[in-house]
Each structure stands twice: as C-alpha cells, then as structure tokens.
Design a protein around this ligand. Sequence first.
Ligand code: DGY
Length: 418
Amino acid sequence: MTDLIRDAIAILKENDRGTYTVPTKGLYPFQWNWDSCLTVLGMRHYDEARAWTEIETLFAHQWPDGMVPHIVFHQPDDGYFPGPDVWATGRPVPTSGITQPAVAGFALRRLYDRAKDRDAAEARARTLLPKVAAWHRWFHACRDPHGEGLVAVLHPWETGRDNSVDWDAPFQRVPTDGIAPYTRRDTQHANPEHRPTKDQYDRYLWLVERFRSLGWDNTLLHDASPFQLVDPGFNAILIRAETDVADLAERLGETGIAAENRAFAARGVAAMERLWSDPHGQYLCRDRALDELVDSPSIAGLLAAFAPIPEDRAAAIADTIERHKTRFRVASHPPGRPGYDAKRYWRGPVWLVVNYMIADGLAKAGQKGAAGRITADSIELIRHSGFAEYYDPMTGEPCGGGSFTWTAAMVIEILKAA
Ligand code: DGY
C-alpha cells in the first residue's frame, strides 16, 4: 500500500461516524448526499460492507415523495449554519429540504460490479435499486414538470457549486429582503476569502425561507422558485446514474426499472443538445425562467462528459480543457473569464471529485489521453498540497476545509483502480 493510500484511508476512518461519514470535521459535521455516494468509491477498497451501509444510511432518510435530501442532520451540532431549525422540514430525523447531484445510481453500480462478496452485493443492490429509481422518478416529476427531458435545480446548493459564476445573473432575480438575521459558521472554520460572499448567503437563505413557507411541498416548489436553472453537469450525473441503474436493473431482472431509466436517459441525452455552445466548445447552463443559455463556460459544461454524450462532443470538451491556461486541470471556471477567482470555492478552484467524473467520462468516450492528464494532475495536487477540499488551479494551494473525505476517497479509487 502506498503512503498516499494509507493517508487517505486514515482520513476516511477519522471522518467515519459508524454508519455515515462527515465530509470534514467542523465545517461539515453531518451527512451530505453526494459526498457520501462518492466516498463509497474509495471506502469499498478497504471495507466493502461499510461502503454499502453508507448509501443505505442516506436512503433511510429518503422522503416519501422520493426526494433524497442534500443533508441528513444525524446529530445536533451548532458548528454549522443553517441547521435543522432553519430548514424545519418536519422529518423524523431532521434533513434539509433540497436535493443534490444524483450520484447514487452510479455508485451503486460501481459497488455491485466490483464487489467481492457477490451474495451480499446482490441482496443489498436489490433493496437499494427501487429507492434510487424512485429518486430518479421524483426528479422528472418535480424538477421537469413541463417535460423538457432535463431537470432544473431550484437552489445553488443543489448543484454543490454554490457560488459558481453561472448563478451571478440569475441570482439578481432572488431578493434578499425580509430574511431572518443569521450568523454564518462556515467562515469560522475556513478562510472567508475561499467561501461564498454575504450577498450570496442572503440569497441562499431567501430561497430556503421561500420554500419553507410552501411547506417543502415539491409539487409547488419548482413553479414558485425565481431560480430554475438547468445545469449540464447536474443533468449529466443524473443521466449517467439512469444509464447505470438501467444496466444494473437488467442484470437483476428488474425490467420495469430498466426500461424507465433507459427512457429517461435517452430523452436526457437528446435534450442536452439544447445546452451545447459551439463558440465555447462545451455545454452551458440554461436559465429556464428566461429560456436562454447562461453565457458562462463553467466546469458544469465539462462535467457533462460524465454522461453518454456523443463522441464528438466529448472530443470538443477534451480540447476545451486543454485550452485552459492553468497549471492544474480542471479549473471550475476558466482563468481570464469575468468572475474568475483562483481561491473562491467554485469560481476557479480545482475539485478532485469533478476531475474524477470528467476523466471517467472522457475515458469511456475514447479520450484516454485527456483523461490521463486530468488524473495525473489530481494525484500531483495531493502530493503537492494534501487532502484539501479544493485547490488553486495555478499554484496548487490547498483551499477550504482540510482532511477532506471525498478528496481522500478519490485518491484511493484512482490509485487502486489504476
Ligand atoms: C455549505 O454549507 O457550504 C454547503 O455547500 C451547503 O450544502
């Protein structure tokens, strides 16, 4: 075992709370949806049974309508804001009221395919499969109510890319008046220069309060939200998960789930074409309320390579990444574009989980050289700067939280699977 793998496993174990992992101590003291699902990719290499438990714990808190929340507040902790009292979702174990990228279907298939204990994998996959399928169905019913084939996010936190430049223009429609006074906790754990601004936080909270006032009723939220963004990366993750769930369901003889997910994915891939931009050589977000593309070539449009998109689109994305003028691939926003900031969260920094998903998709589409360079940069960042939340794409400086679970998980997965 290399030193890097040993160190990465130590971080996962340090952040393990028995049936779920926290993303990092202090800054994120609960279970986060896509963090957990990506974490199992690393965890499975040293404790397969525990990796299944991670996803099972998350789905134990699935809402009756099918949504899987973005945070499960397993235990009280004052170190995070906004906590359960702000969300007030009324769930037996408190959760947030929004969702996150649908990585679970991809993680489920990866766990099943590579499992050493085949009997356990079969039993656990069979139990999880209908739950993941219900989440996918929820996305299409509640986030694509007019049947466009792609789903919208109603809050930047749903994408995980909280302060992307993509949201700057649409966020002008989100008011800030009337929000309850609050104290941020994130800036007490991480450098405020690396985090979203107060103006962004005010708008995040306005949206939470608006949705809360509607009783978190997902049949109402979409049309009531001034923020309805169709994010190509978010949709690509869902489409990839649907493809993986369809494949897995076929193998398990679950023909209904297979057909439904195959159809969702096919419709999604076709609809993604509406987000393509030739001038940018990548996909863009679409502002559903205005019915127009957002002129912001962020990493969301490169993460689209994670879905089974046409090979010429994947080749163009590989070229676009090569044209980024950074020391380390892949910047979350390209240097030189308005709004770029090398250290501020999703406005420039490199994130290993996104690198992993882009490289996986590009390799599948035949872009092995580009994929290999992204993976090599990822490992160099770790050697250079440790297991940070994210990294300056020019200097490799570690930013945000430290000893970060999903960063460590990616390192194990990359090095063990190589
Ligand atoms: C945060 O609190 O920074 C998260 O991104 C919200 O999930």
